[in-house]
Design a protein around this ligand. Structure first.
Ligand code: HEC
Length: 134
């Protein structure tokens, strides 16, 4: 009981209680909407902020990957299913680095097309939990 209360207190501080972590992760993935505001990114295509979209607009609703075209730019957004991410050598920490800092497990920097997302710890946890379901 005390454990649950403590967990809830941590969750309130980071992501808002009463909202399931998985629901938050899904909302981030599909709509780009975080615990209480639209997610922002440090670097990435400007049209994304205007479009009000999440990961799915580029990586596909099921994480199957897509070729994304915006104006004259074309980017290949790879699949993000849990099998593919595992095969690519991702663990929790390197996945966090990919999402926030734009680096793959070997330290290669992604193209400008992959946004460098700004997420709270709670939002990052929720998003990673959702990605495990894809
Ligand atoms: C505007 C399109 C776009 C959006 C939106 C986007 N990504 Fe990406 N993402 C890309 C592209 C393009 C790459 C490949 C970059 C490269 O390899 O240079 C990529 C790569 C990645 C990778 C590395 C995959 C691998 O195989 O190494 C991860 C993980 C990832 N994105 C997660 C996310 C998550 C999570 C979100 C949402 C919070 C997101 N992306 C939103 C375009 C996007």
């Amino acid at each position: 009981m005390i454990g649950r209360l403590l967990l809830c207190a941590v969750f309130v501080a980071s992501a808002g209680c009463g909202q399931s972590e998985l629901e938050l992760g899904e909302r981030i993935y599909l709509q780009g909407h975080g615990a209480d505001a639209r997610l922002d990114y440090r670097q990435g295509p400007p049209w994304l902020a205007r479009a009000g979209q999440g990961c799915a607009v580029c990586h596909g609703r099921e994480g199957q990957g897509r070729i994304v075209q915006a104006g004259t730019l074309t980017g290949a957004a790879p699949a993000l299913t849990s099998d593919v991410l595992k095969a690519r050598g991702y663990d929790k920490q390197s996945l966090r680095r990919a999402i926030a800092d734009g680096l793959d497990p070997s330290g290669r920097e992604f193209s400008y097309y992959m946004p460098r997302w700004i997420l709270s710890d709670g939002e990052m946890r929720a998003l990673q939990r959702y990605l495990e379901t894809l």
